[in-house]
Design a protein around this ligand. Sequence first.
Ligand code: ARG
Length: 571
Amino acid sequence: MNLYKFVSDAINEKLGVTVNLETPRNRDFGDFATNAAMVMAKSAGKNPRELAGDISTQIAELPFVSETSVAGPGFINIKLRDDFIWNAAATATDVAPVTKPLVLDLDYGAYNVAKSLHIGHMRTSIVGDTFNRIARFLGHRSFSWNHMGDWGKPMALVIAWIERLYPDLPYFQPDFDPSMTVDFDIDPSELNSFYPAASSYAKENPEFQAHAQKIKAEFQKGHPGYFALYEKFLAISLNMMNNTVRRLNIVPFDYDLGERNAAQYLPQVEEILREKNLIQESDGAQVIVVKKESDTAPMPPYMWTDSRGADTYDSTDLATVYCRKKTDNPDKIIYFTDMRQSLHFEQLFRAADLSGIFAYENFEHIGYGTINGSDGRPFKTRDGNAAGLDDIIDTVNAAVERRITESGKNLPQDTVDMIALAALKFNDLLHDIRSDYVFDPDAVTSFEGRTGPYVLYTAVRMNSILRRAGDIPPMSDIPTTLVPDERNLLMEIADFERTVQSAFDNRAPDIVANYAYDLCQLVNTFYHNCPILRDDVSAQDRTRRLGIVAMATQTLTCAIDLMGLRVPDEM
Ligand code: ARG
């Protein structure tokens, strides 16, 4: 149940106007407050305090309100009945599916074939996955697309490099027959080394560079040998991607389809573009002009083919939109990438809109900020390279292991993995997507403060209380009087649905992460001040408090699931 919406709707209905309802941090005076009287007094030509008195009396008549009061120049404070709060908390996670579910195509992850996953793929994976989980939880139909980079220069460079290392392989012979089996294996870590090696070699060797260009053109035209070789390293790459996806506990992608898949739609899209006269020639390249008169910032044309006639990142992205329209017919397509790609997406959205393939207003680009090291510069490994995603996970695991050893505990490997997962993902989710953040493996693994381990630890603690308590005896009645710590916690629990809804509406998974932290803090304050299993606690208090722990656990578990974390049995 969405407590806020329930109360707000009831008050609006009672008063016959839409009022602005606030939830004060400090609940000493009320659970909700409104400045409605001050707003309405002006147009009604009335004294705000007097009007507040009238409204306050009306609101007090609502069955779930225990008392109202007027404060200051005309603020109205509203206190809810304790039994009502109890019931709201008890149904906090019973979220009714949205009445108008949206079909959403979510583009995140978007890893590159034959290139290892790196830090640049971390936020897109974590934030995209959590957004996907939130959308589904609310009842939307979302499809996750791993738009793989598998059609461009890196493929050609890797093929050229393999040719340089093993020139006698049949893939490079003119009489290559795709039906033959080739006895050639690539070791995954070896594959990861090919692209950087080829790329730096190409910089010094124009001939090699030119050869790679030729390979790219032939590969895109369907050269059977190159294609067979590509299939070989595609399989290895997909394996590596899936392995990282598993390690990050990300829901498997609905589609591992990228640029190469899109390429098959290029002729159809080109026909549409030509029909609308949208393709122009510019310095040997084919481009779509997406600039508008009103533009104040530079808006370069969208590249349909480059000056060598090759397909581009731009053209395959537009063809992907066409493919998605045909496949899922989404209401919206949402991209989660680095903010530095904003211009590309603005161009894409305009090109798709001009061509009539997909309307501008149904696109969204969620651009995220940079992950920095403690020095405030983009996070690098010790040797100065962009950190690999697997290395980052390993680093966090090592930091967790160190902490556990220091505390003299001995936890199973699976538990260490779960703590590390929580440390990494929670920290990523905690920050506003658009802002940069500092990634410090030691800080994120702390068991105290706004961290994943703290959230997990709270969940583990609650689970253990419930386990120790055994079967909770049923309560004879819904409690009608709660102490402040109980009340505060229940109010937070009852705010769950609104939180998830607002995280979805604002495309802001950080709202869920921060909620989880706030909930944990209230859980721990409650637990500290309200003993449960101690001998001197009355049966009635114990039953009530166990009920609260059960609700808190249920809600926290839901939030933890939305973030894709895993909770160990002990910590
Ligand atoms: N593969 C690209 C990268 O690794 C990101 C692709 C994002 N999605 C898209 N549809 N362009 O940077």
